[in-house]
Design a protein around this ligand. Structure first.
Ligand code: HEC
Ligand code: HEC
Ligand code: HEC
Ligand code: HEC
Length: 422
């Protein structure tokens, strides 16, 4: 072997080694690149779907429109994929966040939902918003800082009487001059204590309060009130009848002329939807799994109706008959499926509650600022709702399985919570 051949060999070996090393070094990069391509496709698909299905509420840049939550936040990004998947596929019952999964009656299949989630977790909202706008969607500008509003509004729901009082104070000083002291309307402005306004969503009301109604005397109040004050006003607008309840004395209505029994009246007017024993039906909730609601609350609900429950006018059901009906329902229908606990059972139920729930929901079910909402409310939460929610949880909180809190214990806890409401 000549000297130069030796050199050549050495050079070749080195070259091979360098190439090998380079490729070994390159390999993970190549995999990452493949992942990136895959991810880029997912993000592109997710973006189109997002523009079609989500941007109207969550905004082109994920900033959250009106009072819908923003998605461009670290805590959303960092949620486990399964948590986000469950929320988008199944929705959050009782909010505008509907189920999008095919299995739950929505339009999106698994891969599509996963692509949207990949987009939420790995996309750049700046790029996404450019693409959403390029696709031709231009959701309106954000009206308010959504998350704060949500917190304030939820807090407001927890202590209803104070919130109503606060809302009424603001209403009296600012809105009453046009809408009348009790929201009954004046020549200048429409009535607000109507079923129509009561059933408007918080977002609709917020945008009216923030932006007014252009071309009318209805002013813009966006800068005038704090979030707290807006939440109180909205709470008032949605619960005018609660005001009557908080302020009006208990109705004293002469029932001596009524010849029909409460049972007959209940079966005629209420049982078709709520069931003969208040067991509920396909459109109306159970009434027998919640402690007796107050006379004022029931009267108001019957007179004003709500969503699928129609209002009952005086011509169908005069006040004296309604009073008789309510008295019957309070002693025979409401709460009739609930257990009655002895003092001793109630005491052990209190202990169970304190061990299992109080850390998050407060010692008296009043809720805590950070950990959990109030569980003692007016009107009270239904037993079945409490049990179902506790077992299955929501997108925001995991359920508590039977090996941690048995069915029996859960029933005790519910009874304890109901006893706190009275
Ligand atoms: C009609 C309005 C609306 C549409 C459309 C909508 N959402 Fe929502 N979304 C909501 C509301 C309201 C909430 C808050 C639910 C709650 O209170 O738990 C929410 C919550 C969320 C959250 C949780 C955010 C948080 O703060 O934890 C995610 C993630 C989400 N939506 C994703 C989507 C996706 C993805 C789409 C489209 C496939 C979509 N949403 C479409 C109204 C909407
Ligand atoms: C200067 C008079 C004026 C004042 C003050 C005023 N409003 Fe109005 N408001 C109106 C008029 C006029 C309308 C009807 C607009 C229209 O024609 O759609 C209206 C409409 C509304 C509506 C929509 C009602 C519906 O049936 O669509 C709401 C909700 C409302 N006002 C709330 C308020 C609240 C809350 C305040 C106090 C913060 C307030 N308004 C103060 C004049 C006023
Ligand atoms: C056409 C069907 C229908 C009839 C008839 C009906 N309701 Fe209802 N009721 C409903 C629906 C639906 C709801 C739930 C409304 C909601 O909150 O969206 C409801 C809710 C209620 C609630 C509130 C329960 C709660 O815990 O929130 C009360 C109280 C009530 N109804 C009492 C009555 C009484 C008393 C009668 C008879 C005078 C009656 N309803 C007749 C459909 C009906
Ligand atoms: C680690 C904290 C934590 C514990 C412990 C906990 N919860 Fe909750 N709970 C929450 C949070 C957070 C929510 C709100 C979730 C949401 O809105 O999606 C919630 C919501 C609820 C709701 C729904 C309230 C409503 O108004 O919709 C019920 C009912 C409930 N919890 C019952 C219970 C019961 C009963 C226990 C004890 C057996 C319990 N929880 C223990 C955190 C907790």
């Amino acid at each position: 072997m000549t000297r130069s051949m030796k050199w050549l060999g050495l050079l070749a070996t080195t070259a091979i080694m360098v190439l090998l090393a380079f490729n070994i070094w390159r390999e993970p990069a190549r995999q990452t690149e493949a992942q990136h391509t895959y991810r880029a496709t997912a993000i592109a698909d997710g973006t189109t779907l997002y523009a079609l299905y989500c941007a109207t509420c969550h905004g082109a840049a994920g900033e959250g429109l009106n009072s819908y939550p923003a998605l461009d936040q670290t805590f959303v990004r960092q949620q486990a994929i399964e948590v986000l998947y469950k929320l988008v596929a199944r929705g959050h019952y009782g909010t505008d966040m509907v189920a999008f999964g095919l299995q739950d009656g929505g339009l999106l299949n698994r891969a599509q939902i996963e692509n949207i989630i990949t987009m939420i977790q790995h996309g750049s909202w700046e790029t996404i918003s450019e693409q959403v706008l390029a696709i031709g969607f231009n959701p309106s500008q954000s009206a308010t800082n959504s998350d704060d509003f949500r917190t304030v509004y939820t807090a407001a729901e927890g202590n209803s009487i104070q919130t109503l009082e606060k809302g009424r104070g603001i209403f009296a000083s600012v809105c009453a001059e046009c809408h009348g002291p009790n929201g009954e309307g004046t020549a200048d402005a429409p009535m607000l204590n109507s079923i129509y306004v009561q059933t408007m969503s918080a977002d609709q009301l917020l945008s009216i309060i923030n932006f007014g109604v252009s071309g009318t005397k209805m002013d813009t109040f966006r800068e005038r009130f704090t979030l707290d004050e807006k939440a109180a006003l909205i709470y008032l607008l949605q619960n005018w009848n609660g005001v009557a309840v908080a302020i009006a004395p208990s109705p004293t209505i002469d029932t001596s002329g009524v010849t029909v029994s409460g049972q007959v009246l209940f079966e005629k007017w209420c049982a078709p939807c709520h069931g003969v024993h208040g067991e509920g039906g396909s459109i109306a909730p159970q009434l027998n799994d919640v402690p007796p609601l107050s006379t004022e609350f029931i009267m108001t609900r019957v007179r004003t109706g709500k969503n699928a429950m129609p209002p009952f006018p005086l011509t169908d059901l005069p006040d004296p008959e309604l009073m008789v009906l309510i008295a019957y329902a309070q002693s025979n229908i409401f709460g009739s499926s609930l257990p009655t606990l002895t003092e001793a059972e109630l005491a052990s139920a209190a202990t169970l509650y304190q061990q299992q729930c109080a850390a998050c929901h407060g010692l008296q079910g009043e809720g805590t600022a950070e950990q959990g909402p109030p569980l003692v409310k007016t009107p009270p939460l239904h037993a079945n709702y409490i049990s179902y929610f506790t077992r299955f949880g929501s997108a925001n909180t995991p359920g508590i399985p039977a090996n941690m809190v048995s069915d029996h214990d859960l029933q005790m806890i519910v009874a304890y919570l109901h006893s706190l409401g009275n």
